[in-house]
Design a protein around this ligand. Structure first.
Ligand code: SME
Length: 163
């Protein structure tokens, strides 16, 4: 049904343009948050390149709980303020870590992970969770990746109902 073969490029601007076009199609006339999060995780996992885990930790009853993801099974619960995910969620700030082994308190779900990008999901001032993207490649994520992926998270939140 969905053909991802058109999404590939050595140039990150055109890569994100095609990813964004695809995202618009995925979210078209669909506001279910779980469905949209799941499809987005799959899309990013299969198109970003050099990523080994893409998924969500959702904020529930004061802690982060594993949500839909692509990659190996991962830790289920993360306290606010713990690890890269819990820190990004607590600070409500994106964390772009070039070497997770230098990040104090990093939670090693997959020992192969070296770089990590964690983007908080905040809608109408409410913390909903984080999008977590891992890579085996040190320094995998650029500032351009961060901005493009923050925009995609924003699109996810606007396109979906989290009630
Ligand atoms: N490394 C993360 C934990 C989640 S996994 O990478 C999937 C962290 O330190 O919060």
């Amino acid at each position: 049904m969905f053909d991802l073969t058109s999404i590939h490029s050595n140039d990150s601007e055109s890569l994100y343009t095609s990813i964004n076009d695809f995202v618009d199609g995925l979210f078209y006339e669909e506001r279910d948050a779980l469905a949209n999060m799941s499809n987005l995780a799959s899309l990013l996992y299969h198109t970003l390149g050099d990523v080994n885990w893409v998924g969500y930790y959702l904020f529930k009853s004061g802690e982060l709980v594993l949500g839909p993801f692509q990659g190996k099974p991962a830790c289920i619960r993360i306290s606010l303020g713990k690890g890269v995910c819990g820190t990004a969620a607590k600070k409500r700030e994106t964390l772009r870590i070039s070497d997770v082994h230098q990040f104090e308190g990093h939670i090693a779900c997959d020992v192969d992970t070296n770089a990590e990008l964690v983007i908080p999901m905040i809608k109408d001032g409410v913390l909903l969770g984080v999008l977590d993207i891992d890579s085996k490649l040190p320094d995998r994520f650029s500032e351009e990746d961060q901005k493009a992926l923050e925009n995609i998270v924003d699109k996810l939140l606007k396109a979906s109902d989290y009630d």
